[in-house]
Design a protein around this ligand. Structure first.
Ligand code: ADP
Ligand code: MG
Length: 596
């Protein structure tokens, strides 16, 4: 079978990642050392040839002037443009930013070709939202130099939103993407409209990131070392500074999971060995001034996009540096809410690039002509409804999947009931099997469970479930799908579904409206309690009347779906002003806290 894979690539300032959609799943590919993230570093050998990846990074301590880092800051810029002064002279090394980037892309392509055991020539590459035409074109040229046809240059925040599945939000939603990486900070406000993301505003600082924190730790450690001989950190030879900052970064990463970390550097300076313990408090103190710098940019982006924090439907954190607790709490304070951190911050952009690549390749839904499925296959979802994954009459073999999330907080697992049939309610369809998918408990909506159905040419159904956060898979093989059930039974199921169409539909509408009502009622109570006297008495009465009507219908034994649906819509409508008042109140409070 020949594959036409398209790579999804996050070409980062510090780290780069690559992946593909394989059998319907977006995956990131590991290199020969088992790492899914590759340092964006290129070592220029004395003969002018280029070496990239972890091996190049290891050269940095020995040959800082020949080791090219953060080339993304230089790509597509004229020489001397921009404030950043690299610690190397690229012209003297006889290379260009495009060639260096191409070497990184070539390395990523090699990883993918080795893993997938095939030649791959197409890619989607992400770039910061603020990249101009020259920078985008230069990135594209780097791809071509690495032998890749660049199918799409994708904005990083858009990619991150794709990875979070936010493209599934059908209404008009606004999202903030807060990206603190190794050397840059970007914040973007996106709006999702009719399935397309638009970048409303972007702001940031091209000189702010984890590197600054590493340097602050290194300088702090050096200053507190008794054997420093009165030499300033900045006066140290480059090799010593590199050793110190590398150790500082390692300690910083340890501190995001542990209360303390040790830095041990044998024979660091004048034959003296350094050994120091750092605490989480030390790190927070050193990192706070840097993390605080993101605040003004976030407000700037929100102002440009004309949104207040409360207008945002989601705030997502990406970039390795958002793994730090202090960064998370500052982001939470800026946006006045807990950010969504359910995806891996250092992998989200790459995942989004892979998803986009999969959509272009058409491999997120792969169909080859053969036989067809006689009945729909799906799983039971919230409220006992049938959720169809493979509709009846789909040609075999086929593969299709969907992402599901947890409906309640702290849920630890999900029961997947595999169903076959045409009825709206799960209980009226045939159960083919069931499987329990465990996942780490978290907030409502934080779990990401992929369910993939694949039916081979023989009609054997395989259900693959994956907790995409942990990457754990469960496979359920089902041999007795209705492909081998006799025609009469299939006929009966179909005619039954037609017969019961009306009452089935009624139950579906009822269930969906009831779910919505159960979310709305407590929210209304809470809002009324919060706003209290600020709301006009007749307005409050109207809302209460609507809420009472919904409660009465909900409690009644006859399920009048149409009435409930209408009552819920009325209540939703009546509470519009309430929602606006809540937003304004939150905004006023936020401004007051800032002394306006
Ligand atoms: P970029 O987009 O610039 O390529 P990444 O998103 O890969 O960067 O982030 C790299 C930065 O994240 C580095 O500064 C690294 O030290 C930092 N980082 C990675 N993991 C952690 C962690 N667990 N705690 C703190 N910082 C981390
Ligand atoms: Mg990045």
């Amino acid at each position: 079978m020949s594959h036409d894979y398209i790579l999804g690539i996050d070409l980062g300032t510090t780290n780069s990642l690559v992946g593909v959609v394989d059998s319907g799943f977006p995956i990131l590919l590991a290199d020969s050392e088992g790492k899914r993230s590759t340092p964006s570093v290129v070592f220029v050998r004395p003969d002018g040839t280029l070496q990239s990846g972890p091996a190049a990074l290891r050269q940095r301590a020995l040959h800082p002037a020949r080791t090219v880092t953060s080339v993304k800051r230089l790509i597509g810029r004229r020489q001397g443009e921009g404030e950043w002064q690299p610690p190397y002279d690229l012209t003297a090394l006889g290379s260009t930013p495009v060639e260096i980037s191409a070497a990184i892309l070539r390395h990523l392509r090699d990883i993918a070709e080795t893993r997938m055991e095939t030649t791959i020539t197409r890619a989607v590459i992400t770039v910061p939202a603020f990249f101009n035409d020259a920078q985008r074109n230069a990135t594209k040229r780097a791809g071509e130099l690495a032998g890749l046809t660049v199918e799409r240059i994708l904005a990083e925040p858009t990619a991150a939103a794709l990875a979070y599945g936010l493209n599934k939000l059908d209404e008009q939603k606004k999202i903030a993407v807060f990206d603190l990486g190794g050397g840059t900070f970007d914040v973007s406000i996106l709006e999702m409209r009719d399935g397309v993301f638009q970048v409303l505003a972007t702001a940031g600082d091209t000189q702010l990131g984890g590197d600054d924190i590493d340097r602050a730790i290194a300088a702090h450690v050096w200053d507190h070392w008794s054997a420093n001989g009165g030499v300033w950190f900045d006066q140290l030879p480059a090799e010593v500074r590199v050793r110190l900052t590398t150790a500082a970064e390692a300690a910083k990463i340890v501190l995001s999971d542990h209360p303390t970390a040790r830095i041990d550097l044998p024979f660091l300076w004048q034959n003296q060995s350094l050994s120091i313990e750092l605490s989480r408090e030390d790190l927070d103190k050193l990192a706070t001034p840097w993390a605080e710098r993101t605040r003004a940019h976030c407000w700037r982006a929100m102002t440009d996009a004309k949104v207040k924090p409360a207008d945002l439907d989601e705030v997502i954190l990406v970039g390795g540096s958002t793994r730090m607790g202090i960064v998370r709490s500052i982001a939470a304070d800026i946006f006045g809410r807990e950010p969504n951190t359910s995806q891996n911050p250092d992998e989200a952009i790459a995942m989004g690039a892979v998803i986009q690549a999969g959509i272009i390749a058409g491999s997120l839904r792969q169909i080859v002509l053969l036989d067809v499925t006689p009945l729909s296959l799906g799983i039971e979802t919230f409220g006992g409804l049938m959720n169809i994954i493979i509709p009846r009459n789909t040609t075999l073999p086929c593969k299709a999947g969907e992402m599901f999330t947890n409906a309640v907080a702290n849920q630890e697992s999900m029961l997947i009931r595999v169903l076959q049939g045409e009825r709206e309610l799960a209980k009226d369809n045939w159960e083919l099997g069931r499987v329990v998918v465990p996942f780490p408990p978290g907030a409502k909506g934080s779990a990401r469970v992929g369910v993939q159905f694949s039916i081979d040419a023989n009609g054997i159904l395989e259900v693959l479930t994956r907790d995409t956060v942990s990457g754990r898979d469960t496979i359920l093989k089902i041999e007795n799908t209705a492909v081998d059930v006799d025609d009469a039974k299939v006929e009966a199921m179909i005619s039954e579904s037609v017969e019961h169409a009306f009452e089935d539909m009624n139950e579906r509408v009822w269930t969906e409206s009831a779910l919505k009502a159960k979310e709305l009622l407590p929210a209304v109570d809470e809002a009324l309690a919060q706003l209290g006297t600020e709301i006009a008495p007749d307005e409050a009465q109207r809302i209460l009347d609507c809420a009472r009507e919904v409660s009465t219908l909900l409690a009644s034994e006859v399920h009048d779906a149409r009435a409930l649906k209408a009552a819920v819509a009325l209540l939703d409508d009546a509470t519009q002003t309430l929602a606006v008042m809540l937003v304004e109140k939150a905004m006023d409070e936020a401004l007051a806290r800032r002394g306006f």
